[in-house]
Design a protein around this ligand. Structure first.
Ligand code: DAH
Length: 340
């Protein structure tokens, strides 16, 4: 059996050398555990004389206390080291440059609609919206397109099931009628919105796209006003250099009717593949509002007159940015969308 001082010396040395809590626990068991060195000394006390027993007993108790204290102290120190290691591992280094958060942006159609709206708002036009699900009356009859009229073929759409004849609107023109019913002229409005067509999709046709309708009504709104407004809009949108021309056309809701062309944005009017060698690009339909349309909206054509126009917003962006496939707007391909 080792002497008390020897036990103490060895134990304290081992405590000091323990590299972690596990090692320290082993030291504890070896000296202070149920069958440890200190225990053995106490167990063997009975073999000594009473005086010696007292002496050794006292001494071993002191040794026990010293070892206990040393272990406790070491335990605290090791714990602190362990905590510091964890903190060190999870430490936040505020000097490391942050990860950039990817930011999205508005869709090119939204951006373009906002731009168009701004141009018209500056000319005093209000922005009005209408329902995407329309009645047959508003989408067709009220716009002077009666049932069985061949003009309906140009606006094939999706009909909804039910008692009432409902459909997905093919243009935002019906809002002309809705607005006339509730408002007294003079007024000027534009109507942006989503429209639908029953079409086979290809590079220039989609089953849904965006339209912008315009309407200006007053006592003496003439073709001259119409030309001035359209020219201002087109030059603001495409740039001052473009030229505008009106070409006779047919729409049931206007008389006379026109297509509005601009000089080709790709070749400046010389003729190229974009304008099919004509030097001109078609931008929208327009005309002086047909008396039947005014009547359908509850206005007397003897008192009021004006012009209307309708453009495909997608088409306008395609022209401006030389995009050759309308489907790109609806595919959510970031390589395309990021360019705006
Ligand atoms: N509604 C026509 C379309 O769907 C566009 C249009 C043409 C609107 C002439 C008009 C207009 O107001 O006068 O293509």
């Amino acid at each position: 059996m080792s002497s008390c001082s020897e036990i103490k010396k060895q134990a304290l040395k081992k405590v000091k050398g323990a590299k972690n809590l596990k090692e320290l626990d082993r030291v504890y068991k070896r000296y202070l555990g149920g069958k440890g060195e200190v225990f053995l000394v106490l167990k063997n006390l009975k073999d000594f004389s009473e005086n010696k027993r007292k002496e050794i007993g006292k001494e071993i108790n002191l040794v026990k206390k010293d070892i206990e204290e040393a272990i406790k102290e070491k335990q605290e120190a090791l714990k602190e080291i362990a905590i510091n290691e964890i903190i060190e591992k999870d430490k936040l280094d505020i000097t490391i440059p942050g990860k950039k958060i990817k930011k999205g942006h508005l869709h090119p159609i939204t951006l373009t609609l906002r731009k168009i709206q701004e141009i018209f708002q500056n000319m005093g036009f209000s922005i009005i919206e209408g329902p995407e699900v329309e009645t047959e009356w508003y989408n067709f009859d009220a716009l002077n397109i009666p049932k069985d009229h061949p003009a309906r073929d140009a606006w094939d759409t999706f009909w909804l099931q039910g008692n009432e004849k409902l459909l997905l609107r093919t243009h935002t023109s019906p809002v002309q009628i809705r607005y006339m019913e509730k408002n007294q002229p003079p007024f000027r409005i534009i109507v942006p919105g989503r429209v639908f067509r029953h079409e086979a999709t290809d590079a220039s046709h989609e089953i849904n796209f965006y339209h912008l309708e315009g309407l200006m009504i007053d006592k003496q709104i003439s073709m001259a006003n119409f030309k001035a407004v359209m020219e201002h809009f087109l030059k603001s949108f495409f740039g001052k250099k473009i030229k505008m021309r009106l070409r006779p056309s047919f729409f049931p809701f206007t008389e006379p009717s026109f297509e509005i062309d601009i000089s080709c944005v790709a070749c400046g009017g010389k003729g190229c593949s974009v304008c099919k060698k004509t030097g001109w690009l078609e931008t929208m339909g327009a005309g002086m509002v047909h008396p039947n349309v005014l009547k359908a909206g509850g206005l007397n054509p003897k008192d009021w007159q004006g012009f209307a126009f309708g453009m495909g917003v997608d088409r306008l962006i395609m022209m401006k940015h030389k995009i050759n496939d309308i489907r790109l707007f609806y595919n959510n391909d970031l390589r395309f969308l990021k360019q705006f």
